[in-house]
Design a protein around this ligand. Structure first.
Ligand SMILES: Cc1ncc(C[n+]2csc(CCOP(=O)(O)OP(=O)(O)O)c2C)c(N)n1
Ligand SMILES: [Mg+2]
Length: 1012
């Protein structure tokens, strides 16, 4: 049967150019095979076939302009058009479900409406403090207790829910409560018990505590400037130990491994455990914070400095929680896309209660719940203190966090009280104990642990006669022993067990502890705990006794480490536990296979001239990515990440082609479903559409850019953003990406202070390259032409994903449309593009006066126009250099200069800048769409006179022409500056400058743009 393939609905576009024909006569094609690529001035999109069959004729050719309904192909088809096809089974069942849900809703509404109609006078009074009828209250509570004991928690839950629903229907205003009482979420009878040997575990934990503290004290005794922390780990030791002994599974050849984000300041404790495990030796512990010589231990978790140990940089507070959320989400993405197996791996993140004040810490908790990240467990160590003092002296951080996390949809497990409290809480028949617990603020809780049992009896239990009575038979010592949940391995174990089994939501364990636990009077629960890094002999003796560390007084005075014999029960136990869990942790390894860079010719189409056709570099990038998506090797590994700007960048074609990742698929028919670029969400979708959320998008990018180590699969993340909202906005995450050895592309689109014309001050970026240059392993480029972009991008893929170099690329692309020439024939051109500069054109007609013109990004084109004017109107020759990266040139210059200075008697090296410019004639004038500092970077690496121009100052909205005039980087200013420079160098007369200033109406009295 003959069929016709027509241009589908392409939205608002008409007369769109065909730029590629992907099929030919006689080809057999299937539904969804791309047949042609069309391109508007904003985006390029492939048109897929909706018919399968053999192509009889192709009705269009490259360059044709097409609109909706135009004929593309004539086919002989054996199939039915997909429009004639019956509705697929999945779709049918979705429709059925939706219809059923609507029907149910109607039923519900009926039920809901009925009682309102029959509204009676029944009044339910909900009281807060005053109990109008205690007997009646008692009846209700007893009934509830009976239900729980007879039919269980589920039934009680159901009844309470029904009561609440009924109350709402009766119009009762039930006070909203986001909190549960200030007690443990898991009651003692529901606690799952650990099968570990608690005595051995305590001994191991004590040794870890001791060695961690000893390591910090020893380092500071030798070099007081080194610093370090004891109090953080002291409060978290049990939280880590239970995880290490029982929960966290290491990566090995059978399992991908759980991923643990350790709290930065607890690093000493993690080293101390590794010491007992035999992974680190005494010499290494003695090199804590002395990292310059190889073998030193880094102050905090830094994968860059300890690449075989640490996996996640966390010490800049707030990054850990955010990165962990996106890591868990990315793990699900890889699973749903079928790229890794679902092995039930978990992401654990350890966080400080003070750290939770960072906006980043809580900023993504909504996403975690929405995405149902049941592979994510937060453990917030609530030692109630931060650096200066209490986290919430007048309030309760645990309750505050509970409310926020519950509200966001998390499973919340509070671990407040240790086992010694169990019987007291069970005997609290009047509820007064829980009342005091609820009423006491964190400032008081902290102060109590800085005092003693007598103080706690008076200030806490003494508040009500009932509570005083409750502890009347306990000694002050007994009261002092009443422990906090975060220090009780039983409570912690039960919480971890419950969290690990939770389904459908992320879990936060909020554990209460004591900062500087065990450090005694000088360091326990006092406001200065955080900064305690020295302990005197008395403190050390106390610490030893407190945890029964088997060291003599002299050994304590020498601050010796303690490691039991390899054959001791402790070491055997510790190792056995880790063997059972698959190996040691943390450990950073990589078993991913490199991705072969696509053949060079995949980018050949970008090396030819576009003729008169104008295009932006952003569009060139999208074209290139579209092509890459056809490479079977590369395509599945590409992870386009976009913060709600796909349409701005002309990338909406990706929605249909590769889909937007959505863990629930698409439960609705999108409004634009008939269109070619319809908003298609899918469980296997490839695009990470992050919404207006640069920090989240960057966190996703880091997860993808480190998948080679965390998931043993090399991925190619490409995060594309408004360049102003990149490094400036998420600079700390970009730094963490460097530390993490991320590999991937960051694309700063709509870049350049004068190139993004209309948007104004907060959008126009004239400095992102400078910020990017501060990250040592970030390679940056500011290309002008499509072939430059192609050469840079392919080399990036080769270096990062084929050769596995630990660098990442920042490339700026612009939205200015202009024609692109073909790649120069010079065989050194590609090398120059990659090193940072190459000669793109030379004017040599007059052979009198010459100037070297360096331009970057869109300003290169202004420079090229200026060169033409200088030649034609002023008889000045020039060489024009396209500078693709001032940053890369500077790196090379620094290295060469350093070598030469340190090796004066060896053959001196020549910087790349000097290789290009050293033997040329005339002074240098350089300009870019960035601050002068950008081009100034190469000034030291040439002996020639050097002048730089740039866009220093606040951006503002106007036309490109006016903006370039304002910042003095338009061709007219460049001509004037060029003439003035030549005059200053006494190469031409100064009258030319004056004439040009007049001719181009330049106001030489105008204030510096930075002052406007
Ligand atoms: C972004 C950032 N700001 C400030 C600091 C400095 N700093 C390090 S630890 C700390 C207090 C941490 O308190 P908390 O989160 O409660 O951790 P704890 O040590 O009590 O477990 C501060 C302010 C930092 N590391 N990162
Ligand atoms: Mg704290």
């Amino acid at each position: 049967m003959s069929k016709k393939l027509l241009v589908p609905d392409i939205g608002d576009f008409e007369e769109v150019e065909v730029i590629e024909i992907l099929v030919k006569q006689g080809d057999q094609i299937n539904i969804n095979d791309p047949v042609v690529t069309i391109e508007s001035d904003k985006s390029s999109v492939e048109i897929p076939s909706n018919i399968s069959g053999t192509i009889k004729t192709v009705a269009v050719k490259v360059g044709d302009k097409v609109s909706k309904g135009d004929l593309l192909l004539n086919l002989t088809s054996s199939d039915q058009d997909y429009l004639d096809k019956p509705i697929p089974k999945d779709t049918e069942s979705i429709i059925k479900q939706a219809e059923a849900a609507i029907a149910e809703k109607k039923e519900e509404n009926k039920v809901l409406q009925k009682p309102t109609q029959e509204k009676k006078q029944s009044i339910i009074q909900v009281t807060n403090d005053s109990d109008l009828d205690p007997l009646e209250t008692q009846d209700w509570i007893e009934s509830l207790s009976a239900v729980i004991s007879k039919d269980g928690n589920q039934r009680a839950h159901f009844l309470i829910k029904e009561l609440i629903n009924k109350s709402y229907r009766e119009g009762v205003n039930i006070p909203y409560t986001q909190n549960t009482p200030y007690i443990n979420t898991i009651p003692p009878e529901a606690e799952v018990k650990s099968n570990g040997d608690q005595n051995i575990e305590r001994r191991i934990r004590s040794l870890i505590r001791w060695n961690a503290a000893a390591m910090v004290v020893r380092a500071n005794k030798k070099f007081p400037e080194l610093g370090g922390h004891i109090g953080t780990f002291a409060s978290a030791a049990t939280l880590y130990d239970v995880g290490m002994n029982h929960f966290w599974r290491a990566k090995n050849d059978k399992f991908g491994g759980d991923l643990v984000y350790f709290q930065g300041h607890s690093a000493p404790g993690i080293y101390a455990r590794a010491f007992l495990e035999g992974r680190l030796n005494e010499k290494q512990l003695d090199s804590f914070r002395q990292e310059v010589k190889p073998g030193g231990l880094s102050s905090y978790p830094h994968p860059w400095l300890m690449p075989k140990f640490w996996q996640f940089p966390t010490v800049s507070m707030g990054l850990g929680p955010m990165l962990a959320i996106y890591q868990a989400r990315y793990m699900k993405y890889l699973i749903n896309r079928g790229l890794i197996k679902d092995e039930g791996r978990k992401v654990w993140a350890f966080l400080g209660d003070g750290e939770m004040d960072e906006p980043e810490s809580m900023g993504a908790i909504g996403l975690a719940a929405r995405e149902k990240l049941d592979n994510l467990i937060f453990v917030v160590n609530c030692n109630l203190q931060r650096l200066d003092g209490p986290v919430r002296g007048n309030g309760k951080i645990i309750q505050e966090l509970e409310g926020s996390f519950r509200g966001a949809g998390w499973n919340v497990i509070k671990v407040i009280w240790g086992s010694y409290w169990d019987s007291l809480i069970a005997n609290d028949k009047t509820g007064h104990l829980v009342k005091v617990m609820n009423e006491t603020v964190d400032g008081e809780y902290q102060a109590m642990k800085a005092r003693d049992g007598a103080y706690v009896r008076e200030k806490f239990f003494g508040k009500y006669p009932e509570t005083k009575e409750l502890v009347s038979s306990l000694s002050d010592k007994d009261i002092w022993r009443l422990n906090r949940g975060g220090h009780d391995p039983h409570k912690v174990y039960a919480a971890y067990d419950k969290a690990s089994k939770n389904e459908g939501s992320p879990t936060v364990i909020i554990a209460k502890s004591i900062k500087g636990y065990g450090m005694g009077k000088t360091g326990e629960s006092v406001n200065t705990t955080h900064q305690t890094k020295k302990l005197d002999v008395d403190d050390l003796l106390y610490y030893r006794d407190r945890f029964d560390v088997p060291l003599t007084d002299d050994q304590v005075r020498n601050i010796e480490y303690f490691k039991p014999d390899e054959k001791s029960l402790e070491i055997k136990y510790l190792k056995e536990k880790r063997t059972n869990l698959g190996g040691f942790l943390p450990e950073r390894t990589t078993y991913s296979k490199p991705i072969k860079a696509p053949p060079k010719d995949i980018f050949d189409f970008m090396k030819i001239s576009t003729g008169e056709k104008e295009m932006s570099t952003t569009m060139a990038l999208v074209r290139m990515l579209t092509n890459l998506l056809r490479d079977k090797n590369v395509s599945p590994r590409l992870v386009p990440i976009i913060p709600d700007e796909a349409r701005t960048f002309g990338m909406e074609g990706f929605f249909q082609k590769i889909g937007i990742y959505a863990h629930e698929g698409q439960k609705y028919e999108p409004e634009d479903s008939a269109q070619l670029s319809s908003y298609r969400e899918a469980k296997t979708g490839q695009v990470l559409e992050e919404g207006i959320n640069e920090a989240g998008a960057m966190s996703s990018w880091i997860a993808a850019a480190t998948a080679y180590t965390n998931h043993d699969i090399e991925m190619i993340p490409i995060y594309i953003f408004y360049s102003m909202f990149g490094f400036q906005r998420i600079g700390d995450l970009a730094w963490a990406a460097g530390d993490s050895q991320a590999r991937g592309f960051l694309i700063g689109a709509t870049a350049g202070r004068t190139t993004l014309a209309g948007e104004g001050l907060q959008h126009q970026d004239g400095h992102s390259h400078l910020i990017a240059s501060t990250i040592p392993n970030c390679v940056t480029y500011d290309p002008t032409f499509h072939y430059e972009l192609a050469v840079i991008f392919r080399e990036g893929m080769r270096r990062m994903h084929e050769k596995n170099e630990n660098v990442f690329y920042y490339i700026t692309t612009m939205n200015e449309n202009y024609p692109h020439p073909e790649i120069p024939k010079d065989k050194n051109c590609e090398e120059g593009i990659l090193k940072g500069m190459y000669k793109i054109k030379e004017y040599n007609k007059f052979k009198k006066t010459k100037i070297q013109l360096l331009g970057s990004g869109t300003i290169l084109r202004e420079m090229m126009s200026a060169a033409e004017i200088l030649q034609n109107e002023y008889q000045i020759d020039s060489e024009i250099w396209s500078v693709t990266s001032f940053n890369e040139l500077r790196k090379d210059g620094m290295e060469v200069e350093r070598y030469n200075l340190l090796n004066p008697d060896k053959e001196q090296k020549i910087s790349f800048v000097e290789k290009c410019l050293g033997k040329t004639e005339g002074p240098i004038m350089a300009a870019s769409d960035y601050m002068r500092m950008n081009s100034d970077q190469i000034r030291p690496y040439t002996n020639k006179s050097f002048y730089s121009l740039g866009t220093d100052g606040f951006g503002r909205s106007d036309t490109r022409k006016n903006l370039r005039n304002f910042f003095e980087v338009d061709k007219e200013h460049l001509v004037v500056y060029g003439l003035s420079i030549l005059a200053k160098e006494q190469l031409i007369a100064s009258k030319h400058t004056k004439e040009a200033i007049k001719k181009y109406k330049i106001d030489s009295e105008k204030p510096m743009p930075t002052k406007l």
